[in-house]
Ligand binder design. Sequence first.
Ligand code: RET
Length: 279
Amino acid sequence: MDALALTPVQHALVGHFFALALGAHLVGLVYFLANAPRVAPRYRVGTVLSVAVMVASGYLFARLGASWDEAFTQVDGRVVGTGKPFDGGLRYVNWLVTVPVLLVQSLYAFDLARDRVLRLRTVLMASGVLMVLAGYVGQLRAGTDDAWLLGWGAAGTVPFVVLLVVLLPLLRGARTTLPPSAGTTAGHLAWVVLLSWGLYPVAYLVPAVSASATGVVVAQGLFTAADVGSKVLYGILLAKVLRLRSAADGYGPAREPADGAVGPAPEHEPYPDRQEAQR
Ligand code: RET
C-alpha cells in the first residue's frame, strides 16, 4: 500500500469518505436513539441494535481515518507512504461483529414462530461469519496475490449466496404478512440489502482489476457507500417497519407522525391475518 503513489486529491478523497461515513453513523446514532421509544417494547431491540451498530461502525471509521492519516504524509506537495501500512483489515473485523447483528435484527421485522426464528438466526449468523472470515483471509494478500484473493473470494461467495437465498424471500414475503405500509417498506429493505451488500464483493475484487492508486480510491469509496447503505439506510428502513408494526398493534407513541408533517398520523391497517403470518 505504501508503495502506491497517490495524488493529494486522491489522498484527501479517501480521508473524506471516512469522515462522511463517520458523520452518517453519528446522525444514525442520534436518530435511532430518538426513535427507539416510538417502537413497541416487543420490537424495540431491533432498533436498539441499530444504535449498537452505529457505535461499533462509527468507531471503525474513526480508526480507518486515523490509520489512513498515519499511512501517508505530504512532502513538497507529494503524498508519500510513511512506512506504516493502511489497515484495511479493520473493516472485516468490524463486519465480523456487525453482520451477525444486522442479520439478527432483520428477524424482528417478521411474524415468525419461535423455532423458525432460532433456526434462521443460526443459518444467517453462521453464513455471515463464514463469509466475512473468508474475505478477511483473502484481503490479506489484496494487490499482491490475485489467485489468493479470488480463491478466498469464491469461498466467501458460497455462504453469501446461502444468506441471500434465505433472507431476501423473507423480506419480500413480508409484504404480504405485514400491515400494508410496513410491507412496502420491507420490500424497499430487500432492495437496500441487495444493492448495498452487493457492493462489498465488487469492492473486494477491485485490487485484482487494478492494483493502483485509483483502485484504492474506488475500492474505499465502494466499501464506504456499502457501509452507509447496509447499516444507516437499512437501519432507518427497519426502524420504520418496526414503528409501523407497533402502530398497527395499537402502540400509542408509534402513532404520532414521524416525518415532521402536521396533522393526524395516517391510519394503519391491522394485520391481515395473524394466523397466516405464523407460518
Ligand atoms: C467478501 C469477500 C468474499 C466474497 C463476498 C464478500 C461479501 C461481503 C459482504 C459484506 C457485508 C458486510 C456488511 C457489513 C456491515 O457492517 C467478504 C467481501 C461475497 C456482503 C453488511
